[in-house]
Write a protein that binds this ligand. Sequence first.
Ligand code: NAD
Ligand code: USQ
Length: 388
Amino acid sequence: MKIFVLGGDGFCGWPTALHLSEIGHDVTIVDNLSRRKIDITLEVQSLTPITPISQRIDTWRKISGKKIKYINLDISKEYVRLIDIFNKYRPEAIIHFAEQRSAPYSMKFPSTKRYTVNNNVNATHNLLCALVECNLNAHVVHLGSMGVYGYGWSGSTPIPEGYISVKVETPEGEIPREILHPANPGSVYHMTKTLDQLMFAFYTKNDNIRVTDLHQGIVWGTQTEETSRDEKLINRFDYDGDYGTVLNRFLMQAAIGYPLTVHGSGGQTRAFIHIRDTVKCIEIAINNPPKKGERPQIFNQMTETHKIKELAQLISKLTGSKIEYLSNPRKEADKNDLVVDNAQFLALGLKPTTLSEGLMEEVEDIAKKYLDRIDKTKIPARSLWVKS
Ligand code: NAD
Ligand code: USQ
């Protein structure tokens, strides 16, 4: 299948592009390298030494004998070029990772709030608008977020996969309806993902675009089968206070003896998935497209939920690290329950990688190996949700 991977140079996109290429798809990466540029502005770097995109692709060709094409394009701004490449290549599936994905970065300054909204909303809308203009029947697989639901809004009732049954009271009696689960974003970044959902609902209804929206939890881990074949293929690992996600940050902190940075009480429960499972889920999603005219197909892409303080305690037990409870830079519930329905991926054959299988491998093979690249001054999370 001809597949475009939008955002294919990023943490989830790069291993996905390699995996899809490995299993025989004709892959084109479209990426404006904005993530690499943000690192330069923030004066941080991936813990792992990532090579330039041309070297990554060249190495993959030498190792696998397979060719991945690369196009440098800003999806949020270069609409006419997007039309040109759609008409030239006519992709059959488009995986859409190309958004600003950090909640702290999205809350850092007015400029980063505005950048996140302009970039994410326009990227998704340009994609959908271009598909209609080019009369392209490609299946769009979008990486959304568990954060669109908020965390634990329905207590111990599992968060359903996208839609919720409600009864509308009318003078004529109750009307049963199935609606998108209420949106409850916790950051400007998460808000853009809730806006994406509405755009998908409109374009599937109006133009019969086929969309699968994957509501993904926090991705942890670094390597997949394909990225570990050569050091020049290594995946990125963000550890800084803006882009580093909680579990990978704890693993890096454990490796250098830095106290684990728990925000608040650590009673926040979140959903997690290993990067190897992300890649597998996308393969499954591509193989199971919705029909034309169907509403967006929504899968919850997560495999386990954990409280932040329990993760810290687990890593502390394994490595002897200290835990530090910091005042929380975010405006979020101090504790919540989170139960999530992920039956669709399990039914389609996903075999989850559990936390117990990969934690120490990450500390030993990644964090300890590259610890001389860590700048400790970049570890604290300094982006405040509310400036007072
Ligand atoms: P990332 O920042 O590493 O990758 C995103 C890629 O998209 C980058 O290479 C960036 O250069 C590119 N990009 C951004 N805007 C673009 C534009 N306008 N035009 C072209 N390219 C553009 O992020 P990631 O961690 O790989 O996340 C990928 C997607 O998955 C995001 O949409 C994110 O919201 C979602 N997601 C990520 C996680 C996670 O834990 N990493 C969890 C849930 C959902
Ligand atoms: N946290 C800590 N200590 C840290 C870092 C974070 O306690 O050092 C806490 C945060 O306060 C928060 C939780 O851990 O309560 C998760 O934070 P995170 O940075 O790991 O994840 P988040 O900001 O939610 O964003 C990440 C990805 C985003 C994706 C989202 C999925 O960056 O792209 O959409 O996870 S989800 O969380 O399910 O919404």
